[in-house]
Write a protein that binds this ligand. Sequence first.
Ligand SMILES: *Cc1c(COP(=O)(O)O)cnc(C)c1O
Length: 221
Amino acid sequence: MTTIAENLAQIKSTIPDHCTLVAVSKTKPTSAILQAYQADQLDFGENKVQELAQKAEELPKDIRWHMIGHLQRNKVKYIAPFVHLIHGVDSIRLLKEVEKQAQKVNRVIDCLLQVHIADEETKFGFGTDEVMELLQSDELQSLHHVRIVGLMGMATNTTDQSKVAAEFRKLKSLFERLKTVKNHLLQINVLSMGMSGDYTLAISEGSTMVRIGSAIFGSRH
Ligand SMILES: *Cc1c(COP(=O)(O)O)cnc(C)c1O
């Protein structure tokens, strides 16, 4: 069996410098996170607010915490003081709540819009057409404590590589279009796509941020 540090080293050797590795530590104990931290990993992803807040309290303060799961509006307040990047913004209502909580703690919080690119019904996110519409909406113009820095998507869980590649390509193309939109809220430079099973493909399709859990920490039970 390989160690967490070995897994990290192996993965880092295969991803380009411009691609950020987010170590997805959901369900894993703080001891596992510390092993990764001691191997110089600073970006960690969690998908549950309570678990994220608890771990953030116990662990070193220079860790950058990524909220990668579905975020309920009533829970934004628990992570607003410290969260580094919210990957799963999937509605204007959520964005406005992030604005409200960010204002309270005098921060500007970076967010990614989650885009639905997979076939699966259960995955949250905007449709690709909705994203452009959203950015035209008047409601957005009054926000000053959120910054939309890019997009996040999850491909269909399938062994069909050409399907997965096509889904990533769709997200990359929207990402490039967004870069041309002028709006004070936008500072588009992050394309969060790729997990343990498909990150190599995601990187070849233009990912700038991969979210990897089981390939670092082992499978979750
Ligand atoms: C769990 C999770 C990951 C990591 O999944 P692995 O297959 O363990 O790498 C990535 N992104 C999101 C949104 C997740 O919930």
